[in-house]
Design a protein. Structure first.
Length: 367
């Protein structure tokens, strides 16, 4: 994946507006985590920020034929986003992408890898010809403080650097709380203080659409491929499906991803291709990978067990794919390898009766 693009006249939000009013066909993608999908909403496909913003765009442009694409997977950030962007976003030839990874990227505050990955996403979307509207959405506790949300300032700098509008929902909610027009207890009425209810998502969508309208009004246009601010680590990402291996070790079989979960953004058949499954007693799986970063895309479940990963002669690490429901298991196995040489990745299942280990692919960055 090469993010370098030949300089072109940058697309503008005014051009999107013109095309939409002319009745053209347009693709709009919502790319992010659980706040984009709508965890906590009474009906994520109708009352989430994603759904409400889609409804506002459809009402604003009744003549347009707009296709809205949900590319949100809860609990994931920009590093996993770089592994998904081709299949889940660019495959749809987007004209506009609403991008939300700020909250999830901020969980690892000192992780420069996430900033490099987020910038690569911006560059790849721009190189594809898509407009980008960056969104910063808060959790409950921070709306009552003046604390800077991790990653938000860095993402604002990147928005200015690339000429993208940024919807600062956090600042808007804080202002409304101060004015008495928003109540955090009403926005987050349950024990889940990360995902708001319909009331909160209504505010998120209102602020996001106002940002879109302002970008249309002032003719906001991307700056064509300015100099990078962070490392180029994620400019080249390879996603290798393990079902393509000519011979699988004893105890491993090919199968389809799970097609059920407790919430829609965790249904792995939406996000994974075919998977390989290990049963108890399965032999070690050995795969060659080249890059400084190695990420596994796999399934977690109540039946998933533990496994050991050894890369070259490094000390082994033991991980578990066990989850409370069917969902993703996307661990970063290493982020400091020598990218100039190939590395042997060895995965040894440690399973008891009734347990499985299901893996789709290994993704390498900076290879």
């Amino acid at each position: 994946m090469n993010t370098t693009a030949k300089p072109t006249t940058p697309k503008s939000f005014a051009e999107f507006d013109r095309r939409a009013r002319a009745g053209e066909s347009l693709n709009v993608v919502f790319f992010g985590g659980s706040l984009t999908w709508g965890a906590g909403a009474s009906e994520p496909n109708a009352t989430s920020y994603r759904a409400l913003t889609s409804q506002q765009l459809a009402a604003e442009y009744p003549a347009a034929k707009i296709r809205f694409i949900d590319a949100a997977v809860g609990g994931t950030g920009s590093q996993i986003g770089c592994c998904r962007i081709d299949r889940d976003v660019l495959e749809f030839d987007p004209d506009l992408v609403f991008l939300d990874f700020t909250l999830n990227d901020g969980f690892e505050i000192l992780n420069q890898q996430a900033l490099a990955a987020y910038e690569t996403i911006l560059r790849r979307l721009q190189a594809s010809g898509s407009l980008v509207l960056q969104v910063v959405m808060p959790y409950m506790q921070i709306t009552r403080t003046t604390e800077v949300m991790a990653r938000s300032d860095a993402h604002k700098v990147l928005a200015r650097h690339y000429g993208n509008p940024l919807s600062d929902v956090l600042t808007a909610v804080r202002e409304r709380v101060k004015q008495g027009t928003a109540d955090p207890d009403a926005m987050w009425p349950t024990n889940d203080k990360t995902h708001p209810c319909d009331v909160g998502y209504g505010i998120y969508a209102e602020v996001a659409f106002a940002t879109f309208r302002a970008a249309v009004a002032d003719g906001t246009a991307a700056i064509v491929q300015p100099a990078r601010l962070y490392a180029t680590t994620y400019d080249h990402v390879t996603r290798t499906l393990l079902t393509t291996q000519p011979d699988l070790p004893r105890g491993w079989t090919r199968c389809a991803p799970c097609d059920s979960s407790t919430c829609g953004d965790f249904i792995m058949s939406r996000w994974l291709e075919s998977v390989i499954e290990a049963s108890p007693g399965a032999d070690e799986l050995r795969v060659t990978a080249q890059g400084s970063v190695v990420i596994m895309l796999a399934e977690g479940s109540e039946n998933a067990g533990r496994y050991e990963v050894r890369i070259d002669d490094r000390a082994p690490i033991e991980l578990s794919a066990h989850k409370d429901c069917n969902m993703h298991h996307f661990p970063v196995l290493a982020d400091d390898l020598d990218p100039s040489v190939a590395h042997e990745v060895r995965i040894r299942p440690i399973l008891t009766d009734g347990q499985v280990l299901r893996i789709e692919s290994l993704c390498t960055a900076n290879g």
